[in-house]
Ligand binder design. Structure first.
Ligand SMILES: [Zn+2]
Ligand SMILES: [Zn+2]
Length: 157
C-alpha cells in the first residue's frame, strides 16, 4: 500500500524500511501505529465479567506479613487483604487480550484504560474465563473505616 511519508509527504510503500527521499523509517512507523491502534482497541474493549479468586491473598481474604510487636520482637502477623477488601475475591475483567484479576481499587482506572497488566492490583490470568473458586462463597467485604488504623490488625469479631 502506498502512503504519504509522514516526514516529506512523498508517496512511499508502507513496507519501505526507509523513505527513498528523506530516509524516514516508514515500515517501523507503520508498525508502531498498528500496535498503538491494536492497544487502543484492546483498552476500549474492557468490561467486567464477574469475580475471580484474589491472587494477592489466594482467596483467603488476609495476608501474612512480619512486623515488630510492642516489645520490638519480629512476629508474623496478618492483615485483611486490601486488594479484595477481605472478601477473597476481586473483579474479573476481560478485553481483547484475555482475562484479568482486578482489585477493588484498580477497577475504575482499569476499565478506563489507564492501567495495563501487570500493574498494582491488575494481573493477567489467561485467555480463558476463570469460573472456578477455591471457596464456594466469597467472604464478607470489609472496608477500612475512615482513616483506618494500620495497627488494628486481625481484630475482627
Ligand atoms: Zn520521506
Ligand atoms: Zn485478597
Amino acid at each position: 500500500m502506498l502512503i504519504s511519508c509522514p516526514e516529506c509527504e512523498r508517496k512511499v510503500s508502507d513496507r519501505a524500511k526507509a523513505c527513498p527521499d528523506c530516509g524516514f523509517p516508514v515500515a517501523e512507523h507503520v508498525a508502531e501505529q498498528a500496535e498503538a491502534a491494536a492497544r487502543a482497541a484492546r483498552l476500549a474493549s474492557r468490561e467486567r465479567v464477574g469475580e475471580i479468586d484474589c491472587p494477592t491473598c489466594d482467596a483467603r481474604g488476609f495476608t501474612y506479613f512480619e512486623a515488630a510487636d510492642d516489645e520490638g520482637q519480629t512476629r508474623q502477623m496478618f492483615g485483611w487483604c486490601e486488594a479484595c477488601k477481605h472478601s477473597g475475591r476481586v473483579h474479573q475483567c476481560k478485553d481483547l487480550g484475555g482475562y484479568y484479576a482486578v482489585s477493588h481499587a484498580a477497577l475504575d482506572p482499569f476499565l478506563r484504560g489507564e492501567l495495563d497488566a501487570p500493574a498494582e492490583g491488575v494481573a493477567f490470568v489467561g485467555t480463558q474465563l476463570v469460573a472456578e473458586h477455591r471457596y464456594e462463597q466469597p467472604g464478607e467485604t470489609w472496608t477500612e473505616p475512615d482513616g483506618g488504623d494500620p495497627d488494628d490488625l486481625g481484630s475482627r469479631g
